[in-house]
Structure formats: structure tokens, C-alpha cells
Design a protein. Structure first.
Length: 130
């Protein structure tokens, strides 16, 4: 039998995930710099990078990547931050993730697959796909 999570830890984690969603980069980086893992994930496997990327916060994405977060860390459904950014049409986030080493072919569906689904020829060209 597993122990119930400490409510204070859950509250803190919720706050940190919200900072990523909101793009509050300075506050988020204060927690990461104090020891919160840059690759922290929630109960669905969404990393801080995924949450920041999906909500269009390129500066937060860059700051997390500089601090060692993985650009391609997939969530529990196999989705990557880059595919999410393609889905949402977040050009600056796409650029930040690619600069951070994201692989457009990683994940299910991949960023390439997502660009194909939505007929984003410019992104397919950027990803070197046809």
C-alpha cells in the first residue's frame, strides 16, 4: 500500500506546474535554481517544458532547456513538447525547442506527423521532411 502524498508537496508541485503554464519564467527558474528538477513531470507525464511549450512561453522553454530539461521528453501519451507547439502554432516555441535539440521525428504523433496533419508546409520544410 502506498502512502498518500504530502499535501504541502502536492500544493508546491501544483504551483510550479502553474508557473510553467503561465510563463512566469523568473519565478519558475527560482524554484529550479533552488533544486526543483528541470524535468519535473506531473501525473500525466507532462514536463515543465511541455506545459510551457503548449501554452506558448518560449522564454520559459529556453530557460528550462538551459538548466538541463530534455527537449524531447514525451508525456504518458507519447506526445513531445515540439509536437504540442506545432499543434498550437507556437512559432517562437518551435524555434526554441529546435535550438534546444528537439527532434521533429520524436514522439507519437511526431512534430513532423502533426505538421502533415495540419498541412503546415513551412514547418515540414523546416524539419527537412516532405
Amino acid at each position: 500500500m502506498s502512502e498518500a502524498p504530502d499535501p504541502e508537496v502536492v500544493e508546491l508541485a501544483t504551483k510550479i506546474f502553474d508557473l510553467a503554464r503561465q510563463g512566469r519564467t523568473e519565478a519558475l527558474m527560482a524554484y529550479v535554481d533552488a533544486g526543483v528538477p528541470a524535468d519535473l513531470t506531473n501525473d500525466r507525464g507532462d514536463s515543465l517544458v511541455m506545459l510551457a511549450a503548449y501554452h506558448g512561453h518560449a522564454d520559459a522553454v529556453r530557460a528550462l532547456l538551459v538548466r538541463g530539461a530534455a527537449a524531447d521528453r514525451a508525456n504518458d501519451r507519447g506526445q513531445t513538447p515540439l509536437a504540442g507547439a506545432v499543434f498550437k502554432g507556437e512559432a517562437e516555441v518551435i524555434k526554441a525547442l529546435l535550438e534546444g535539440g528537439a527532434d521533429p521525428r520524436a514522439g507519437t504523433p511526431s512534430a513532423v506527423d502533426t505538421a502533415r496533419m495540419f498541412a503546415k508546409a513551412d514547418l515540414l520544410e523546416l524539419f527537412g521532411a516532405d
